[in-house]
Design a protein around this ligand. Sequence first.
Ligand SMILES: [Zn+2]
Length: 465
Amino acid sequence: MADRLVIEAGHVVTVDPAFRVIRNGAVAIERDRIVALGPADEIDQRDADVRRFPRHVAIPGLVNGHTHVAGSLFRGLLEDRPDAFYGYALPMEPAMDPEAIYALSMVGISELLLSGCTVMNDMFHHAAETARAARDTGIRAQIAHKVFDADLPGIGKGRREFRFSDGIERLEENVRLHAAWHGAADGRIAVRFGLHAADTCSPALMAEIVNEAGRHRAGIHTHVAQSPVEHAFITETYGCGSAVHLEHNGVLGPDTVAAHLIWADGPDVAALARTDTHVAHCPACVTKAVGAIGPYRDIYAAGITVGWGTDWITMDPWDAMRFGIVGYRMAYGDDQLLTADETLLSANEALWRFTLGSARMLGMADDVGSLEVGKKADLTLIDVDQPHLAPLYDPVSALVYNASGRDVTHVLIDGELVVEDRRITGIDTSVVVAEAQRVAEKIWATASTPAAMPLPRPSFAGAGS
Ligand SMILES: [Zn+2]
């Protein structure tokens, strides 16, 4: 194979500062980096392996700012349940053993790669298994172990109990994760410290997590103001919102990624801005779960670094981009649509949030998030020669409003083809899917899982008795 790879595409969407879209463009790659980029006829193709995609759009690999890839377990289970999170998901999680986490991570990461994502930022139980799945698939990943000391299944039953020693054990597992996996897979894997949520970690445990993260110079990944149950508990117990509570405990700062902020109030947004905390917004997940997005007009206006992600259940970035636009428009109404805030709602903005925005949020913008000379060769190719994408006027708008993961044909990470002709190289996804089904059925057969928790009775007009 030649040392130089040139990818030619009908359109190259750079997401560079000028948001350039190059018609008949090309990206030249040497080893893992982009070395040249521009109109195809200006790119040196001598001694290069040239791949031509005249009917494709090339975009930067999508950067998914917040995931739980093993949360694919909950697909089809949680979407229509009241109290899905505390009442159903958290009680089911203890049944997920390391074997299950690996199998479910493999299916979640496969979905990410096949949808065009090249980076994920994950936190879950048995995180070393997710790291192993990241290595085996080739995705670029930041991974944290889920550290908490609350009795999670108890919260759904109205109990608030903390066992500090359990939290310390989980924190020690995060320390071991850092030792084993930080910088692994040719540097594609980095480790953060997981502070599960404002209401599932005691202040004493928060202090220990902050201490370990500082000692390892690692970032923190957390959930903030993600549920009304959390909001009520924190305000009743501490007399402030979740972000302010985390600020009081030293958790906030530029190396902390805080997901959701759905129930954040004015002082919370001020705390995030004051501490330069980075925020992960997961519009598809939160809009489906609670029908609200959170105070994002204020969060954007405060200049907070915000990237977008998918969270769990579905890892589809294209859905998330559309929900991000629609959710914002529904929240702020038509008085915003044609005013100065219009750019917040555009297709360009959605793609930026899912590429360079998330890369900045994760502290990776020097390497990924846009197609620019010197950056990592992480690139996604989308087949636009299809009825639902024709006729092609503005490729960004066409993709953000109409594309799905099934339109992605090729994905490069570090200049290597990780997805080729809609298949993950070196991975048999039929085996991955079968394994996920097998471990999921084992979990579902245990107590506190769907056999004991039938879906709510349908109440729509068409449901006969
Ligand atoms: Zn989450």
